[in-house]
Design a protein around this ligand. Sequence first.
Ligand code: FAD
Length: 479
Amino acid sequence: MIGQDIIARFSALLGPKGVITDADDIAPWVNDWRERFHGSAAAILSPASTQEVSAVVKLAAELGVPLVPQGGNTSMVGGATPPADGSALILSLRRMNAIRSLSTDDNLAVCEAGVILSVLHDAAEAAGRRFPLSLGAKGSATIGGLVSTNAGGTQVLRHGTMRALVEGIEAVLPDGSIFDGLDALKKDNRGYDIKQLLIGAEGTLGVVTAAALRLVPAIAARAVGWVGVDTPADALRLLRLIEERLGDAVEGFEVIADDGLGHVLSHIPGTRSPIETRTPWHVLIEVDHADTSEPGPAARLEDALAAAFEAEIAIDAAIAANEAQADAFWRIRESLSESEKAQGPALQYDISVPVAKMPAFMVDAAAAAEATFPGHTASSFGHLGDGNVHFHVRAPKGTEDGPAWIAAEGPAINRFVHDAVVAAGGSISAEHGIGQMKRAELGRLASPARIGALRAIKAAFDPYGLFNPGKLVPLSDEA
Ligand SMILES: Cc1cc2nc3c(=O)[nH]c(=O)nc-3n(C[C@H](O)[C@H](O)[C@H](O)COP(=O)(O)OP(=O)(O)OC[C@H]3O[C@@H](n4cnc5c(N)ncnc54)[C@H](O)[C@@H]3O)c2cc1C
């Protein structure tokens, strides 16, 4: 555990507001969102400016104190959870929460790392623009965390992941130097792209203090539909049919297994199924227009769905009649993780395979997992058009001790699912990153070239291993 003498040195830099040592105030930030990882930290350092971050990082380097950068602590892979032995301090960016500028000429918002995603959404909307990335944790996840995990969400099909939306970055590197890359140049060939290295680095290469983010035109009209289908293969046929008719107006296309819908209806008050028929699979579709030209998105979606019924792809469908209903459809999708948590213990896999292989993977891998681990149930939901779903294996009914179940069955189930993903040519982390949860599996499954490059980059940026130790980069005995 880090001693009071060291904490006093940081307090001298940051003042009383910048160092939290009260155990009750620290407690919510040392465990991960899924409550799978439990850490310990003697203090949370909470600088209020880039200069303060730089001073903290310099002092940490001088004292050899490891730092765990943290935003909203919504990581799904224990990425922001400090080590359990108390050997690191948390470096929270939540006080750096200013939107420094928002320009409709440049279509850019420059946000400090601690800006919460939904706050940026509101600010962009007030300026007649929008930031086209959203996810279930939008009320807590911060720009720094989203950049550092290269977050995805429900609009990747049309707008890409964070990597496609970050035009510039300001960061403090492990020696305390400030990398000022907020210029957002369209063309810049000064060699290695430091910005791209920091995106998705999970706090292992430095601290993101601000980002210049691309905005797009506000939505003038949208249609949100819910379609019941028989199989994921039909869902993919539906996506292609809709794309043929509506082009890149398709903003969201989410596939949900019927059991996932059932969990939401059971655990989230005020939710109801958008369609009457309980079909094996469901699709949530959003179609957006930036103008109000006719025919609008609802009429165009209706036409496309008529074709889907004719082609016997759709079994039942509903188009939201108003904004409140549209939000209610999306609420079901956004409540899936929360409702599953209420349902009981589960192991979650955020995986990708080539899009064309995904429908078969969703069905075959679930059947194989259920056959291999009797009593367990498996299903998936997510971004079929991106070739990315959240594949979940749930403990047998009545399992009360989740941690004991994970300790007993987790390693075998992890290997089983990850081996299936790799056999299908996919990735064991599509969106959530590696964190501490998938580090050993990355070591087991990644090629020597990938692991060698990861280690070399880490060593070049952070030679003393002080940034987010134990995350992302496999340890020497894990590869
Ligand atoms: C209900 C729910 C739904 C979710 N849905 C999605 C989804 O659809 N798609 C998706 O991609 N993710 C999703 N996530 C995961 C999560 O929201 C994202 O990973 C998010 O980007 C994390 O942001 P955060 O501010 O909470 O970061 P944290 O959890 O605090 O940190 C995440 C990682 O980034 C690092 N980090 C944080 N801030 C900084 C910084 N300023 N500089 C350097 N490193 C930093 C941390 O060290 C850690 O490694 C979901 C999470 C929840 C709880």
